[in-house]
Design a binder for this molecule. Structure first.
Ligand SMILES: CC(C)(COP(=O)(O)OP(=O)(O)OC[C@H]1O[C@@H](n2cnc3c(N)ncnc32)[C@H](O)[C@@H]1OP(=O)(O)O)[C@@H](O)C(=O)NCCC(=O)NCCS
Length: 181
């Protein structure tokens, strides 16, 4: 019992050091550093070339600056250091093409927690913040085929698989959706 109590206290103490806020262009270097820490262990085991492509195409300053102009970014900090981020916005504002989609979608484009901080409730908290801020009735997201930990995380929080999109050159994108209200 004493062990359990101290574990709960320790968790609460660590959690109290966390703060959440909106992301800005000042966070771009921290976003890049977060990507370097979290992208290789997440996607390397699925497809190492894909993991590298992600870092090169999606985790670069130009891409973050473009995203910050049209999407909302949320940041979790621990002791002043960015340890997680989420980004969401309208599909129509993405520079990517989505020929399979008719109409508009609110999409969470990113939810990434530094590996040293997994399992502390940060991802759940950021997702809850995103769901509260989204204006539409649904929230969509893409999970890379094979990212089972993230798929289970989203499924446990009410997301269901809606479609799989792929070109066979890279792992499929599994689209998931959750009705919010
Ligand atoms: C998926 C991810 C965002 C979840 O964030 P998180 O802060 O670890 O999530 P939480 O702590 O809120 O919850 C994690 C869940 O895994 C469990 N867990 C426990 N220890 C864990 C650990 N060391 N690592 C991961 N999950 C752990 C938690 O108990 C919880 O389970 P639950 O669903 O039964 O509540 C995070 O693991 C991550 O960044 N993964 C790599 C990047 C990624 O795949 N992002 C999603 C792209 S679509």
């Amino acid at each position: 019992m004493a062990d359990l109590t101290s574990a709960v206290e320790e968790r609460a103490q660590r959690a109290s050091l966390l703060t959440y806020r909106r992301g800005t262009t000042a966070d771009v270097p921290a976003f890049r550093a977060l990507g370097e820490a979290v992208v290789p262990p997440t996607y390397g085991p699925i497809d190492a070339a894909y993991a590298q492509r992600m870092l090169d195409e999606w985790w670069v300053p130009e891409r973050f600056e473009a995203s910050l102009a049209v999407n909302t970014h949320l940041v979790a900090e621990c002791d002043g250091e960015v340890v997680a981020m989420a980004a969401f916005g309208l599909l129509s504002r993405s520079h990517r093409e989505f020929p399979h989609v008719a109409g508009e979608r609110e999409v969470m484009w990113k939810l990434y927690v530094h590996p040293d901080h997994h399992g502390r409730g940060i991802g759940s908290r950021l997702l809850a913040e995103v769901e509260a801020l989204v204006e539409g009735d649904e929230l969509w997201l893409e999970v890379v085929e094979g990212n089972e930990q993230a798929f289970r995380f989203y499924a446990a929080r009410g997301f269901t698989e809606a479609e799989r999109i792929g070109d066979r050159a890279w792992p499929d994108d599994v689209w998931m959706v959750k009705r919010l209200r």
